[in-house]
Design a protein around this ligand. Sequence first.
Ligand SMILES: *Cc1c(COP(=O)(O)O)cnc(C)c1O
Length: 377
Amino acid sequence: MTTQRIRDFLATRRPDGPCLVVDLDVISDNFHAFRHAMPDSAIYYAVKANPAPEVLKLLAGLGSNFDCASVAEIEMALEAGATAARISYGNTIKKERDVARAHALGVSLFAVDSHEEVEKISRAAPGARVFCRVLTDGEGAEWPLSRKFGCVPQMAVDVLVYAHQLGLQSYGVSFHVGSQMIKVDAWDSALADAKRVFVQLAKQGIHLQMVNMGGGFPTKYLRDVPSAEAYGKSIYQALRTHFGNQIPQTIIEPGRGMVGNAGVIKAEVVLISKKSDNDDARWVFLDIGKFGGLAETMDEAIRYPIRTERDGDEMEPCVIAGPTCDSADVLYEKNLYPLPISLTIGDEVLIEGTGAYTTTYSAVAFNGFEPLKAYVI
Ligand SMILES: *Cc1c(COP(=O)(O)O)cnc(C)c1O
C-alpha cells in the first residue's frame, strides 16, 4: 500500500529516476502483528528480504533476531545493534572459512542439511548448535524454494546424529514452506516431519529443543492474503497436533511478510507502443524492469499492484516491460495487465508491495542503468 508518509515524501522530494520508498512505520506494525500472532515464537528477520541499515536498526530495536545467509549479512545485523546471540547463520551452503569468521564473531547457531556441512561446522565452530533443514514440497507457495535446500527427514536424523558424534549440539529441525505461501495450513505436514525427527533422535538419547518454522508469510499483492493472526492460529494448532503438550522452542523467519508491504517503487512510463497497427495489446515500457529490482516477476510469479494517476479511467490489458535491451526484460505478457487507456508517456506509476526482494535483486549497471535507489523513511 502507498501510505500517506510515502505519498508526502514523493510529493515533496520528487526524486528523479526509479526508486523504492520504504515506510518504517509499516515494518513496525508488521513486527508487532507477528509478535502478537505468534507470541511464543522467536522472530528471526530474514535479512536478505531488505537489508537496508535503517530497517535492520528498527528491527533490532524492536527485539528481533536475525536470519543471515552470509558473513556480510551477519556484520550488517551486528552493525544494526543485534548481539551475536541473536543471529542465526541460516544458509545450508557455507564456506568453511565463513563459518570460522561467524564463529569468531560469536555466532553459535548454524543451519545444515548434509554430513559434509556438519564436518565443516565441527571444525570451524566447535561445540556450536546446529539445526537440520528438511525438504518441503512447496505446494501452495507462489515463489516456491524448490529442492535446493534441505534433505529428506530420514537423512536429517542421520545428519543430526553425526553432528552429535562430532561434538556439536544437535539443536533442532528447520524447514521453509516456500515463499508467499497462501495456504495457512502449509506448516502442518512439515511439523509432522519435524516431530518424527525429534522422536527418532530421542530414541538415540539426543533431545532436540527447537523447530525453526522458516518464512513464507505473504505480502498482499493483487489478491488478498490471510492475516498473520490466521497463520499463527493454524501453526499453533499444528504444533499441538504433532507435539501435544511438549511444544519445543520455535522460531519464525519472516522476510517478505515483514517488509513487502512497506515499500513502493516509483517508476515512469518511458514508451507506449504497438507492434502492428492491429495489435490488441499496447506495450507499456517502464524505467524499471527485471534487472532494476523486479526479478520476482520471473514467470510472472509475483504480480505487483500498479497504481497510476488515471486509475478511474477505462482500462485495457497491456504488456508491461522494462527498459533494458534484454528480451527477458518483460514483466507481464502471458497474463496481460490492465492499465488505463489514457496512460501516457511520462506518467508516473507506483508499484506497490515492493519492500522485499527488490533492491537486493537489482543489477549494478546493466545497460548503464543505475541500481535501484532506496529511501527509508
Ligand atoms: C529467504 C528465507 C526466509 C524468508 O522467506 P520469506 O518467504 O521471505 O518469508 C526465511 N528463512 C530462510 C532460511 C530463507 O532462506
